[in-house]
Each structure stands twice: as C-alpha cells, then as structure tokens.
Design a binder for this molecule. Structure first.
Ligand code: SF4
Length: 192
C-alpha cells in the first residue's frame, strides 16, 4: 500500500465519514471555530501538566517519556504523531491525551490502538497496551491492543481508503449533534 493514512482520520471518520473526504481529497481547511481553538490551547496546557506527572498511574515508573513522536509504517499504511510514548527496554506504550473527561470514545480507542501498532514497527518493540489520559484530572484508561481492536482499525482504515478512492461524496448518518459542531457544515448541501 503506497498511500499512507493520517491516523487521526480514524477518529474523524467515526465522527462523520465525510470529514476525511473533505480533508484528504479536497484539502478543505476551513477556519477553526473559537471553541476548537480554545480546545487546542487547553490540550497544550494538559500536555504541559502531563510532562511533570510521575508515571506511577501507569505502573511504569522507570519508563522513558517521549513527546510528539512522529510514526510511520509502510506495513500498516498509516502515519501520525503520538502525543506521548512510554518506553521500557522491552515494550512501548502509546499515550493519547484527551481534552474531555469521561470514558474514551470509540474514535479515541481506535486512534491509540493504531499508534500502538505503528510503534511496534517504528521501535521494533512489543506494544500490547496503549493508554488514553482524559480530562483535567488525567484519569488513565489502559487500552489493550486486542485482536478485536486491531481488526477495527484495519476495517476503518480500509473504509476510509475506499471512500477516498471512489472519489464520491460519502453518505453520512451524522445528525444535528455532530453537524452543528462541524467546521464543514457550510460544505454539506444536504444539511442546514
Ligand atoms: S456537516 Fe454533518 S454531514 Fe457534513 S461533514 Fe459535518 S458532520 Fe458530516
């Protein structure tokens, strides 16, 4: 597979299959609404706080932390930048830092699973678990890289690639909750 898919599109595809189409095929980058910009600023602050936290909550006190590690795998046909990687001699753990509190959504689970797979290739280490860290308190959610999760990543990756190859505007079941917060609303003629 020569095309490489940005990992963040897995999450965006689950939000709405049209978003990867707008971003990758049409290269539409509308101005971000204010709430997105506020979210980015908060995310940056959260990452700064995370730098100074101990790794006790992960049970990995001796691990090395690397922030914003670029990863790319020909084998998986995906690339991206991992928020944080925790590395021991034998194993690497992808960490995704999420703005909102509460249980990680399916999109976040898919994204961090994909990063774990890419770490296996990039670092040549086992990666059996990833983590999502949520909200102001930094609650830590372990995400085992099960066969089921890996299969979902592959299925989503293939769905997105098929949509992009067909170059046909994808159908979407997105409802009001998604569309009213979507930066592409002005480009969807079948939504108001
Ligand atoms: S406006 Fe709605 S249908 Fe259009 S891309 Fe956004 S979420 Fe999808």
């Amino acid at each position: 597979m020569s095309f490489s898919l940005p990992v963040h599109l897995l999450r965006q595809h689950l939000f709405c299959p049209r978003v990867p189409w707008f971003q990758e095929l049409l290269d539409f980058k509308p101005p971000q609404p204010a709430w997105v910009q506020q979210g980015v600023a908060f995310h940056t602050r959260q990452k700064a706080v995370f730098r100074h936290r101990t790794l006790k909550r992960f049970g990995l006190e001796q691990a090395e932390k690397t922030f914003h590690l670029p990863v790319h795998s020909e084998r998986w046909g995906m690339h991206g930048i991992v928020d944080c990687v925790l590395e021991t001699d034998a194993e690497a753990f992808a960490v995704e830092i999420k703005l909102a509190g509460g249980k990680p959504a399916r999109g976040h689970l898919a994204q961090v699973t994909a990063y774990g797979l890419l770490l296996r290739d990039v670092l040549g280490k086992t990666s059996s678990t990833a983590f999502v860290v949520t909200g102001k308190t930094g609650k830590t959610w372990p995400v085992p890289l099960t066969d089921q999760r890996i299969e979902e990543v592959i299925r989503l990756r293939d769905e997105i690639c098929r949509n992009l190859e067909r170059a046909r505007f994808p159908d979407s079941s997105a409802g009001e909750a998604q569309c009213t917060q979507c930066e592409y609303l002005n480009y969807c003629n079948d939504r108001t």
